[in-house]
Design a protein around this ligand. Structure first.
Ligand SMILES: NC(=O)c1ccc[n+]([C@@H]2O[C@H](COP(=O)([O-])OP(=O)(O)OC[C@H]3O[C@@H](n4cnc5c(N)ncnc54)[C@H](OP(=O)(O)O)[C@@H]3O)[C@@H](O)[C@H]2O)c1
Length: 216
């Protein structure tokens, strides 16, 4: 259980709504941030628990920890609007993926191998503790995950050991078996690269509730 239960979520899409609903159902005080708060009016009315909506900056200020759930292409712009100083000292969970759909489906990556969105988020929020998390599963499986193969651990990476321990606590609270920590934030290069593969595996298996896991 995390002591300070205020969570800010940057985003108005499926990920922000799924994680917002999940954290609210676990007693967290959730604020979603968007450029257009009006579009989340019905979502906030229909969602049980303590949920509110504001600007990106409102959400970043609100959270004792903050989740980045913005489109890969717009993530750095969203952080600029949110105000990097509003993240100082905080755990930031980055769910975003730099997917390139310019050549259609399945996607590639806008950039990778020598850089990643996780690293760009950490560079932009130099005083925050960024952990890449949730980017490797579909939004319906982010909380209370159910896999035919049994309990699973979430892929994470980040530079701060304490932030990763806090992330694992949050993951367990949402029903994960724990975290699979692949090292520093530069590991985002490979966690983001898993997503075009995840899409191709989904096409091959005709499912979107799967996850890539390691078997030893
Ligand atoms: N959907 C999934 O199942 C899934 C799973 C794993 C990871 N992800 C990743 O999680 C992130 C969120 O995905 P999503 O499907 O929930 O939503 P999305 O459609 O990818 O992103 C929507 C959010 O991005 C913001 N945004 C888009 N362009 C922007 C710009 N130029 N400047 C500022 N903000 C901008 C939107 O802001 P407004 O609210 O102001 O419109 C909105 O909040 C993505 O990076 C995605 O790759 C998604």
């Amino acid at each position: 259980m995390v002591a300070d239960k205020r969570v800010g979520i940057l985003g108005s899409g499926d990920v922000a709504k799924a994680l917002g609903k999940a954290f609210a159902s676990h007693g967290y005080d959730v604020k979603l941030g968007t450029r257009e708060p009006k579009k989340l009016e019905s979502w906030s009315k229909e969602t049980a628990g303590k949920v509110s909506v504001g600007s990106f900056a409102d959400a970043a200020r609100h959270g004792a920890f903050v989740i980045v759930a913005t489109h890969g292409d717009g993530t750095e712009a969203a952080l600029e609007l949110a105000g990097p100083k509003n993240f100082a000292g905080k755990l930031v969970l980055d769910t975003s993926n730099p997917l390139d759909l310019s050549k259609g489906f399945p996607p590639g990556l806008l950039f990778g191998v020598t850089d990643s969105l996780g690293e760009r988020v950490q560079r932009k929020l130099a005083d925050a503790k960024v952990v890449k998390c949730f980017n490797t599963v579909g939004s319906p499986q982010m909380a209370t995950p159910k896999f035919a193969g049994g309990p699973a651990r979430m892929w994470i990476c980040g530079n701060d050991a304490g932030a990763k321990r806090e992330t694992e606590t949050l993951l367990r609270e949402l029903g994960w078996a724990g975290a699979l920590d692949v090292g520093g934030i530069d590991g985002s290069r490979w966690l983001e690269a898993m997503v075009p593969l995840w899409v191709r595996a989904g096409q091959a298996l005709n499912t979107w509730s799967h996850m890539l896991q390691v078997v030893t």
